[in-house]
Design a protein. Structure first.
Length: 344
């Protein structure tokens, strides 16, 4: 079956004085219908740029984006307009993404008007239905964004994105700057909407705890490239790439006893500049297992087990099945079973 979204060797390089910023540098992946794919990584790794490039807010330097098998990355704004209802975005800044001069009703109504719903009564009914669906009172349609809380403004953004019945939504840090209780409400809303409308999500976040609860698969991004892809439970049971292991080790654990027993593999150093990435493996300057081969050759993102892709020279299939990863010596630990549970 044709994936809902296919991204093929996508690149987004920004020209600067003396060179380029390699924000996205050769990213490829698919998203199936109804699937939630999480995209995680440190700030500045290119996550948001990737999302904006996919929806066409930024024209890519190279590569292609396909929606339902149709190329959309090279289309003009006029040619892309009929396809835009299928692909929508929820923005990180839930205040800046809403026009402060427009009422909430007008903000949600605008995409309906742009895409040809001329009947005013029909539009108003659709706006009221959308507001109720995201947990807002239709009576508040005449108010302006600044009169709402952060969580309510994010619900407004979700309602606007839903207005055209999309198939895929790019969620760019939709929970940033929200209280934990409000985050849980928004996550539950997104899940309910997915079940009701059959939506697929690309869920971009730096918060691995959130992605762990909402994603089916997870992609880990570092300095413009994807370094690991795995099913959610497999990734947390046995992360393979040293960068992924460092990210998961940095997630706070509420139980002190569990935290004390957990193996600590904290990341050291700063992420290099995307305008001057290291040669070979881009993570080698922070990797505790780096070797000369890492500086001389860039490891490709390759399959190492069913549903598992890793960009590391030292991750390989283990004898008898499973996967071996660096740093444990000898016949490194292996993953077994459908959920990647560590054996041994």
């Amino acid at each position: 079956m044709t994936p809902l979204l296919s991204v093929v060797d996508l690149k987004m390089h920004f020209r600067i004085r003396g060179g380029s910023v390699y924000a996205v540098d050769g990213v490829s992946f698919d998203i199936a219908r109804g699937e939630t794919v999480g995209l995680v990584g440190e700030s500045g790794c290119g996550k948001s740029t990737l999302g904006k490039t996919i929806v066409g807010l930024i024209k890519p330097t190279a590569g292609a984006v396909y929606l339902d098998g149709n190329p959309i990355s090279g289309l003009s704004r006029r040619a892309l307009r009929p396809l835009r209802p299928r692909l929508q975005m929820i923005f990180q800044d839930h205040y800046a993404s809403l026009n402060p001069r427009l009422t909430v009703g007008r903000i949600i109504e605008e995409p309906l008007l742009v895409h040809g719903m001329r009947d005013r009564k029909e539009r108003r009914a659709r706006v009221a239905s959308l507001m109720r669906r995201v947990g807002l009172h239709p009576e508040a349609a005449g108010r302006h964004p600044h009169e709402f809380s952060g969580g309510q403004r994010q619900r407004i953004g979700i309602a606007r994105a839903l207005a055209l019945n999309p198939r895929l939504m790019i969620c760019d840090e939709p929970l940033s700057a929200l209280d934990v209780s409000v985050q849980a409400q928004v996550i539950n809303l997104l899940r309910d909407l997915q079940r009701e409308f059959g939506l697929a999500y690309l869920f971009i976040s730096h918060d691995l705890s959130v992605v762990r609860h909402i994603a089916d698969r997870v992609m880990v991004m570092y300095l413009g490239r994807i370094v690991e892809v795995a099913e959610r439970r497999t990734l947390w049971s046995l992360p393979l790439h040293p960068y992924t292991r460092g990210l998961i080790a940095a997630v706070p654990v509420p139980d002190p006893e569990t935290a004390g027993r957990r193996r600590r593999e904290l990341l050291e150093g700063e992420i290099p500049s995307p305008s001057n990435p290291p040669s070979g493996c881009r993570f080698r300057t922070r990797c505790p297992f780096a070797a000369p081969v890492c500086a001389g050759r860039d490891p490709p993102l390759r399959p190492v087990a069913a549903g598992r892709w890793v960009a590391c020279h030292f991750v390989e299939e283990a004898p008898g099945g499973g996967v071996r990863y660096p740093g444990d010596g000898g016949p490194m630990a292996t993953s077994g079973g459908p959920h990647g549970r560590a054996l041994g």
